[in-house]
Write a protein that binds this ligand. Structure first.
Ligand code: ARG
Length: 462
């Protein structure tokens, strides 16, 4: 390394020895932040346009800069750009390439700007697109859920609490619960996007700039709602990265819970559903195996996203205002979170509509475990018995059924009347699975009529 290599650094003026080779690699971010190149170029074009509109640059200087940046964008997209670690990050790589391309006028681009407001702008632009793609992915999964639900309104399965048979439900009703989880995830992503959408440009290093800039203009050109109100906050705020990752963690938590159900339901013990072979893999030793790898992996990847959330929270907790180099560490967790949730959403959108239900097995399972015991208690309440007494009576009937190895619906009228003389022949309609479902005929209930309406309003909501 030559003694005056630091002279090539955009900040080399006050330095008298070159950067240590290890430190150069240690402090560089270009290996991962080059992903921001499109946002960086878009932000720079807006900045240059503003500099010309305010008379800080001439129109001619601006159009040379914009033309140069556009060419650099094409070179990067063609895979022909040479990234240099000694130029540290995406911002200085692109700026150096600009000056190499258009000459000294390229050096004027950074007037009234710092990498601090530049990077804060770039990540927001990048993440804004990322959130839009994630929201599209959530919608695809929701559509898949509704497509499956439409076919499964009449499919009856046991609903669980404590993973013990509780009450029969429509499988479509269960699927609509997944839909609601994702609906909240969508809302959280939108909330994050709205709060994030302010422009840091003009904050410069931390205190603003002495040039007569127009922050409203750059904000408008970049599709931000307004300029960030405080220059110190503008360059140091990474709340949006934390909010996004928190929303992503919750999204992953939902996908993980759904995955867990798919894993349970595909087991030989439950055998409620079948996943197509293309979403499963086999075992190298056990020939009979078909493992639900996709849901298992989604469940597993939840851990890394949760880890990224903790990393970002920890990254920020000790930072004084304003920008600190610590912030360079925001990118990898953010990018990996984006990649991970995008992949998981894609896997789910492809897989969910292909789920095949084993209706007979689901029905048989619903007939075990005294799933209609609450219906019998409700029946007795309608004959005038207080609910607590009805609960006691049905508890005894269940104990009798367990002893005989028969469900409540399989007991004779005589046997049932031994527990309460108020029980009549019409009880068997109440004890049937269909009777149980149809009885829950209110908003949010599992009666097929309600489920059909819920599917229709869900379709409208997305
Ligand atoms: N690569 C840096 C980052 O990601 C860009 C900002 C650097 N600013 C500075 N003053 N060193 O945060």
């Amino acid at each position: 390394m030559s003694q005056d290599q630091h002279k090539d650094k955009p900040w080399g003026g006050r330095f008298s020895e070159p950067t240590d080779a290890f430190v150069e690699r240690f402090t560089a971010s270009v290996g991962f932040d080059r992903r921001l190149y499109r946002a960086d170029i878009t932000g720079s074009i807006a900045h240059a346009t503003m500099l010309a509109k305010t008379g800080i640059l001439t129109e001619d200087e601006c159009s040379q800069i914009v033309g140069g940046l556009e060419d650099i964008g094409k070179t990067i997209e063609a895979g022909e750009f040479t990234w240099s670690v000694s130029l540290e990050d995406v911002h200085m790589n692109i700026e150096a390439a600009l000056t190499a391309k258009i000459g000294a006028v390229g050096k004027k681009l950074h007037t009234g700007r710092s990498r601090n407001d530049q990077v804060a702008t770039d990540i927001r632009l990048y993440l804004r697109d990322g959130i839009d793609a994630v929201c599209g992915g959530i919608r695809e999964v929701q559509k898949g859920i509704l497509t499956l639900a439409e076919k499964e309104v009449e499919t009856i399965m046991p609903g669980f609490t404590h993973l013990q048979t509780a009450q029969p439900v429509s499988f479509a009703h269960h699927l609509l619960a997944w839909f609601e989880m994702l609906q909240r995830d969508y809302g959280r992503m939108q909330d994050c996007r709205a709060r994030m959408n302010v422009s840091p440009l003009g904050a410069a290093a931390l205190a603003g700039t002495s040039f007569p800039i127009d922050r409203e203009l750059t904000a408008r050109l970049l599709g931000f709602d307004k300029p960030a109100a405080n220059s110190l906050d503008a360059v140091s705020d990474r709340d949006f990265a934390i909010e996004f990752t928190a929303a992503a963690s919750l999204l992953m938590t939902h996908l993980s819970r759904i995955s867990e159900e798919l894993v349970i339901w595909t087991s030989a013990q439950f055998d409620f559903i079948d996943l197509p072979d293309r979403f499963c893999t086999g075992s190298s030793i056990m020939p009979q195996k078909k493992n639900p790898d996709v849901p298992e992996l989604v469940r597993g990847k939840t851990g890394r996203v949760n880890g990224h959330l903790v990393a970002l929270l920890t990254l920020m907790k000790g930072q004084p205002l304003a920008y600190n180099k610590d912030n360079q560490e925001d990118k990898e967790p953010l990018f990996d979170t984006l990649d991970t949730i995008s992949d998981c959403l894609k896997a789910f959108a492809d897989m969910i509509p292909t789920i095949r239900t084993k209706k007979d097995n689901m029905r048989a399972a619903a007939l075990k475990g005294f799933a209609t015991a609450t219906d019998l208690a409700d029946y007795l309440v309608r004959t005038g018995l207080p609910f607590r007494d009805a609960h006691e009576v049905v508890g005894k009937a269940v104990a009798f059924g367990i002893d005989k190895g028969r469900d409540l619906s399989e007991l004779t009228l005589d046997e049932l009347q031994a527990f309460s003389p108020d029980i009549r022949e019409d009880v068997f309609a109440v004890l049937s699975l269909e009777g149980s479902l149809n009885a829950r005929n209110h908003i949010g209930g599992t009666a097929p009529a309600q489920v059909r309406q819920a599917i229709a309003s869900a379709r409208k909501a997305i």
